[in-house]
Design a protein around this ligand. Structure first.
Ligand code: DAK
Length: 259
């Protein structure tokens, strides 16, 4: 897929998405959000992709926020339209994707950039990364789910502190409060994300998707227990379930087909 603001490449069943506006610290403008929306939908719909690594171009920023220059003169209606499209087609679409998304945070993850990372299923940060939600410095609040997802990840007290002070924190602090899963040197960032996805690739694809769906139901108003029960039942109907238990009994490695 050829995009203007996004580098998209599938290698060994992993989709690598790199937001490519390095001069603007990979700030999210409307076109970038549209391209992301398309790539996210593609990842969800093709068996070729077993997981996604989302990162930013260069060594300075993952994403330094929504593009402030672009939305500076938006009116309420345009703001609402941007919010609806972004929330549904990008942020919620990542969170509810059947494929695991890992944010590889290679520098500043601010505002909408941190919100994008929080919509992913896991976050790995390089040791130079800085994370924060500075929206109140612009007279805004996080608008791509940040107030909700930060609270889910770090709890109410820390979320309110981070959002109302607009403080940036280091990758190490972010790991301490549960905002990122791991902190690694910048040069190991992508390989750490690959290691996780390579493990997931060995597991039963439909079970992986069902597990993500059930976990996400716990944070999204749904009855998570009911979702888990239904998803669990569906696993019994898959060929991969039969293969998994047969392989166990036969003391061999399971070969899953995603059916
Ligand atoms: N938007 C546009 N351009 C940005 C940008 C951003 N968010 N962040 C950086 N840039 C641009 C800079 O303007 C500069 O461009 P030139 O001046 O060279 O043309 C270039 O990137 C390099 O940045 P700096 O020169 O500032 O680099 P420094 O190393 O000095 O500083 C910095 C790095 C990350 C500390 C600084 O750039 C900075 O503070 N950036 C802004 C961070 C920020 O406030 N981000 C949050 C934005 S608010 C919505 C939902 C959510 C949102 C919006 C709408 N809806 C539901 C509709 C989210 C809002 C936000 O994210």
């Amino acid at each position: 897929m050829a995009y203007q603001n996004l580098i998209s490449e599938v290698k060994e069943n992993i989709l690598y998405l790199t937001i490519n506006r390095e001069k603007a610290l990979n700030a999210l403008n409307k076109d970038t959000l549209s391209e992301l929306a398309e790539a996210i939908a593609y990842a969800g719909n093709t068996d070729e992709v077993r997981g996604v690594i989302l990162t930013g171009a260069g060594e300075k920023a993952f994403v330094a926020g929504a593009d402030i220059k672009e939305f500076a003169d938006y009116n309420g209606e345009q703001g609402e339209e941007l919010a609806k499209k972004g929330q549904n087609e990008v942020f919620n679409a990542i969170e509810t994707s059947p494929k695991p998304f890992i944010a590889a945070i290679n520098g500043f993850a601010l505002g909408g950039g941190l919100e994008l990372a929080m919509a992913c299923h896991m976050r790995i940060a390089s040791d130079n990364a800085k994370l924060g939600l500075p929206e109140v410095t612009l007279g805004l609040i996080p608008g791509y789910g940040g107030t909700q997802r930060l609270t889910q990840l770090v709890g109410k007290g820390k979320a309110i502190e981070l959002i109302t002070t607009a403080n940036m924190i280091t990758a190490t602090e972010a790991e301490k409060i549960g905002l990122v899963n791991y902190v690694v040197p910048l040069e190991d960032l992508i390989s750490k994300a690959q290691d996780i996805l390579n493990l997931i690739k060995q597991r039963a694809p439909l079970a992986v998707s069902a597990a993500i769906k059930s976990v996400i139901a716990s944070v999204n108003d749904a009855d998570g227990f009911a979702v888990e029960i239904e998803s669990f039942g569906k696993c019994f109907e898959t060929a991969d379930f039969k293969e998994g238990v047969t392989a166990f009994v036969e003391k061999r490695k399971a070969v899953f087909v995603g059916k």
